[in-house]
Ligand binder design. Sequence first.
Ligand code: ZN
Length: 133
Amino acid sequence: MASTLVSIAQMKCPRCHEGDVFVHKNAYNLGNAGKMHQHCPACGLDYQPEPGFYFGAGYVSYALTVAVSIAVFVALFPFVDWYRWEIYIGVIAGALLLTFPLLFRYSRVIWLYFFVKYDKQAISKYKSQHFHS
Ligand SMILES: [Zn+2]
C-alpha cells in the first residue's frame, strides 16, 4: 500500500510502478502538461483502455478540489475570522488555480489506479513478449 501511494505521488504506471504516465515531468509546463504516454514505457500498459475512459476522472478531480478547499479552509481558520468569508473564497480560489495542473494529472493517475492492479511481473512479461531471444 505504501508503495502504491508513492507511485501515485510520482505519477507512475499503476501496473508496474516504474513507467511514467505523463510525457513531461513538469506539471506547470502548461502547453504539454496533459500529454500522456499512449502506453506505459516500461510495461506496455495501455493508458487509453477505451475512448472516454477519463471522463470518470472528473469525479476524482471534483473530490480533490473539495479536499484542497477544505485543507485551505482548515489552514486559514486559526488566523482569519470566520465572517471574513471573502478572504476564504479568495485564497481557496487562488489555491485551486495554482494546483489545477497537479489536480488534473492526479485525477487521471488516481482514476487509472482504480482500474489497474499492481503486477510485479508486468515488466518481465512485457519484455519477454517483445524481445524474443
Ligand atoms: Zn507500466
